[in-house]
Design a protein around this ligand. Structure first.
Ligand code: NCD
Length: 305
């Protein structure tokens, strides 16, 4: 029985297979319409979510399976003081697979250690978000044809942005990758991410504060929201929240085949006018997430490899 808590729980070969599977699902959805017949996915979201929860649920329905859920932290026994361990032991008795989001870093790992069915980490605090990375990888492969030799700019809240941590971890395994880390001083990538992913593998990276001076070098620009819910005081959030706003004007300096990504939700980081630009990939990215979650569910339930 396998869980996916960290993107490193999947080898590069397995990621390739998941992307191939997602492509096959996109091309032949009817072949998968009964694949998860009589299987149940439990979604346990102890933090707000729109895309991740609904795409997991849509994924399970498209595979012919069923979904059980609790409506949020306040509606579950967590509100009565139940531990994550006890909650997942219980849910394991009712469901074949669990997708869980929790505000505490490490909660998904605790869940996996206690569950008797596979657990998928749908975001643990400011730590990791491996299934967003699955969406990101398929988007990059579809837009760029592969992963080697890319210059990837990550911009915004690189400290608390869990999608960034998982994406750096995944992309560090490919050849010729270069990172440009664009953030205010206070929101730089945590040192554990740099030492485990970038420094260990000697991956070239630069850390800058200004987006416009580097935008022309990038093949991928991954914008992120300043993670309001992780701040200790509102003043800091208000000061930092609009550090970066991507506009059509700024995009004039970018490559014509730049791929602009964002895990969404956006607040102000990308002006709505950018949505019309052919380089805007974030809505495709969101759809790719559903197909990759289908592929992952099939894999963890041992229905497909
Ligand atoms: C992200 C998350 O929850 O970490 N959202 C998502 O799952 N697509 C990004 C964010 O909330 O900023």
């Amino acid at each position: 029985m396998r869980s996916v808590i960290d993107i490193q729980d999947l080898s590069p070969e397995e990621l390739d297979r998941l992307m191939d599977r997602a492509e096959d699902i996109i091309a032949h959805p009817d072949d998968y319409a009964e694949a998860c017949h009589r299987k149940k996915l439990a979604t346990l979201f102890f933090e707000p979510s729109t895309r991740t929860r609904l795409s997991f649920e849509a994924a399970m329905y498209e595979l012919g399976g069923n979904v059980i859920t609790v409506a949020g932290a306040d509606a579950s026994s967590a509100a009565k003081g139940e531990s994550v361990a006890d909650t997942v032991k219980t849910v394991s008795l009712y469901a074949d697979i669990i997708a869980m989001r929790h505000p505490k870093e490490g909660a998904a790992r605790v869940a996996a250690l206690n569950a008797s069915v596979p657990v998928i980490n749908a975001g643990d605090g400011g730590h990791l978000h491996p299934t967003q990375t699955l969406a990101d990888l398929l988007t990059i492969r579809r837009e760029k044809g592969g992963f080697s030799g890319l210059t990837v700019g990550l911009c915004g809240d690189l400290k608390f942005g869990r999608t960034v941590h998982s994406l750096i971890s995944a992309l560090s395994r490919y050849e010729g990758m270069r990172f440009v880390l664009i953030s205010p001083e206070e929101l730089k990538v945590p040192s554990y991410v740099k030492s485990e992913a970038l420094k260990k593998k000697n991956i070239p990276y630069t850390q800058v504060q200004d987006l416009e001076s580097v935008i022309g070098d990038l093949d991928i620009l991954y914008m992120t929201r300043v993670q309001k819910e992780r701040f200790f005081n509102e003043e800091d959030y208000l000061r930092l929240k609009d550090s970066y706003i991507l506009t059509p004007e700024k995009l004039k300096k970018a490559k014509s085949d730049l791929c602009v990504m964002h895990p969404l939700p956006r607040v102000n980081e990308i002006s709505v006018a950018v949505d019309q630009d052919p380089r805007a990939c974030y809505f495709k990215q969101m759809l790719n997430g559903k197909f990759m979650r289908e592929a992952l569910i099939l894999k963890l339930l041992n229905i497909a490899d």
